[in-house]
Design a protein around this ligand. Structure first.
Ligand code: F6R
Length: 611
């Protein structure tokens, strides 16, 4: 989703802004641009496509100055193009103001009509452009930059983050946050703005997160903040804990590949936070509810995080007897949900900034339901707004397609199910210990699964030729089938669907022919016989099958599948976490064969901060 940077200091601003934008690339974007202020003149360079295009333009048309703002745009209003790219500034030789914007101005049509009636000529299709004209109108009426922004903000509806640059003042940037995340950095000789800490880490050592409704005035070494009611407020500046965060790919060709291979460590770190290896018990802070009295709980999330929650439902209900509903956050928001007996909500989100999940969480708060956030960013809005936040230890996830965030969410949720079972005494102590043991073994099993990389790379050539693919699973492997299909869709652009194995004969079987690859997740144990008969139904219709199982399951199926992958045999609890890895590698290699942009797939953004 759109990324914002801003910087002023003693150093040349263009390299600073470009480095900030490079660090925001992972969010997904389709155009990029900069505006800098030199000798009282605001100049802009904007290009469609990747940051490389902007860098090339800057080589032939450089920008100087020590203050500026930059942006990566993910199109919402208006197609990706140079005209629609940010920063926006009033057309003409000497604009007085430039702005970058993340989010949506919902009333932009009314504002556009009003401004057009007064003679404003727009040069883009964006909702953002109204902002610069409103600010410029106030400046021309004699307002100071701060007054002009304050006045303009009163006219805007929607959720957004903004950064402004003013021609009249080389030592001023203004930032505003309403709904979309924004942080600022202040050092003795500089000030900076960024959509996230990764962008800011290249510019500052001290950062403060803006709160909802904040307006920040930034000068070199100086930061003044006004809260939602216009009163002066203090926002604590903290040392950037992630300033040393390496966002390089290291030896890996793609972030996604690096993140897939980081999973044994990331899962291990997460276990370390939530399981005591000596006593083999889950260790959680106090939950904001009494687990013993809990009858019903609800998890909300989007996309991959939703599939993590959907998997956890099987664990929670089986281990604790608590009714565990799961709902897509954007659906919960707009229906009249009956939530009266719901005693706890889990809001699962890697970024902690997904607008739909945040709004669902706020709705649950209004209904008086205690909320636990499961996030990968301790400083995120969701974490800060929840009654308790639990941190997955995945580390920064840069590839747009979620991998290690997913398996660490699953790991944390499995530990949470154990702690609920322990508190409610719904499982024998010995069973709890066995479950904890199987989790502790997981990092080693994940290492073994990664050894399938070469084999998956080979068979991905066949899968990559397909136009469509099906993924089948049962029980906890059903959400993993859904996740496998999502991974393939989003990075290789092959149409894929996940189904519960038992559903095939109720419709999807009609799709099966000798062209259709069907991926079957079939670990030996509990539901093997059931999924094996679904697999037989596919083979009987001539389908090409990739069977993923352990040695016992593969032997039982007897060499009938077109391709096979053998995973280590693990207890049922950890099967979904282990089986997620070949799903990720398959999508990755299919994408490589098809030559798509693995880390930044078309049309997608990492952190979805609009509805
Ligand atoms: C898919 C993917 C998305 C995210 C979804 C929620 O690979 O990454 O489906 O899972 O956008 O994002 P978070 O977890 O940040 O709320």
């Amino acid at each position: 989703m759109c990324g914002i940077v801003g910087y002023l200091g003693g150093e040349s601003v263009t390299p600073k802004l470009l480095e900030g934008l490079r660090r925001l690339e992972y969010r997904g974007y389709d155009s990029a641009g900069l505006a800098t202020l030199e000798d009282g003149v605001i100049a802009r360079r904007r290009t469609e496509g990747k940051l490389e295009n902007l860098i090339t333009r800057l080589r032939s048309e450089p920008l100087g100055g020590v203050a500026g703002i930059g942006h990566t745009r993910w199109a919402t209003h208006g197609r990706p193009s140079e005209e629609n790219a940010h920063p926006h500034a009033p057309a003409g030789a000497t604009p007085e103001v430039a702005v970058v914007h993340n989010g949506i101005i919902e009333n932009y049509k009314e504002l556009r009509t009003e401004l057009a009636a007064a003679g404003t000529k727009f040069s883009s299709e964006t909702d953002t452009e109204v902002i610069v004209f409103l600010v410029q109108r106030e400046l021309q009426r004699g307002a100071t930059p701060l007054e002009a922004v304050q006045q303009t903000l009163t006219r805007l509806e929607g959720a957004f983050a903004l950064a402004f640059l003013f021609a009249a003042d080389e030592n001023l940037l203004i930032a505003a946050r309403r709904g979309s995340p924004l942080a600022v950095g202040v050092d003795t000789e500089s000030a900076s703005i960024g959509s996230d800490v990764l962008a800011l880490a290249s510019m500052t050592q001290k950062i403060a997160y803006l709160e909802e409704g904040d307006l920040a005035i930034l000068r070199r070494g100086e930061f003044v903040c006004y809260g939602a009611n216009g009163e002066s407020v203090t926002r604590e500046l903290k040392s950037v804990s992630q300033s040393n965060v390496q966002i390089g790919k290291g030896e890996y060709r793609h972030f996604m590949r690096k993140e897939i291979f980081e999973q044994p460590t990331a899962v291990g770190e997460t276990l370390h936070s939530f399981l005591d290896p000596a006593r083999l018990v889950a260790t959680f802070p106090d939950l904001p509810t009494n687990a013993k009295d809990l009858r019903r709980m609800l998890s909300v999330a989007c996309g991959t995080a939703f599939y993590a929650a959907a998997t956890a439902r099987y664990w929670i209900e089986a281990m604790t007897g608590i009714v565990s509903d799961v709902e897509i956050a954007s659906e919960l928001r707009y229906r009249k949900a009956a939530l009266d007996d719901c005693g706890l909500a889990l809001c699962v989100s890697q970024s902690g900034e997904t607008m739909d999940t945040l709004e669902a969480s706020r709705l649950l708060a209004q209904r008086g339901i205690p909320r636990v956030a499961i996030v990968n960013n301790a400083d995120s809005t969701l974490a800060r707004e929840s009654d308790l936040s639990l941190l997955t230890r995945a580390g920064p996830e840069i590839g747009v397609a979620s991998t290690k965030a997913f398996t660490t969410q699953l790991t944390l949720l499995a530990c949470l199910a154990l702690t609920l079972a322990e508190k409610r005494q719904t499982l024998e102590t010995e069973t709890l210990r066995r479950y904890a043991e199987s989790l502790m073994e997981l990092p080693s099993r994940l290492f073994e699964a990664l050894e399938l990389d070469k084999k998956i790379a080979q068979l991905a050539h066949d899968i990559a030729e397909a136009q469509h693919a099906l993924y089948l699973g049962r029980g906890t492997l059903f959400p993993i089938a859904l996740e496998g299909a999502l991974k393939l869709k989003e990075i290789s652009y092959i149409h894929a669907e996940g189904y519960a194995g038992g559903e095939m004969k109720h419709g999807p079987l009609a799709l099966v022919d000798e062209e259709m690859p069907v991926v079957v997740l079939a670990p030996s144990g509990g539901l093997f016989a059931k999924i094996a008969s679904n697999a037989e139904e596919v083979l009987a219709r001539g389908g090409r099958m990739l069977l993923i199982s352990d040695a016992e399951g593969l032997a039982a199926f007897g060499g009938k599948a077109t391709w096979t992958l053998e995973l280590p045999k693990v207890p049922e609890l950890t099967q979904p976490i282990l089986y997620a890895l070949p799903m990720q590698l398959l999508a990755y290699h299919a994408a490589l064969v098809r030559g798509t942009d693995v880390d930044q797939p078309r049309n997608l953004a990492k952190s979805v901060t609009v509805e």
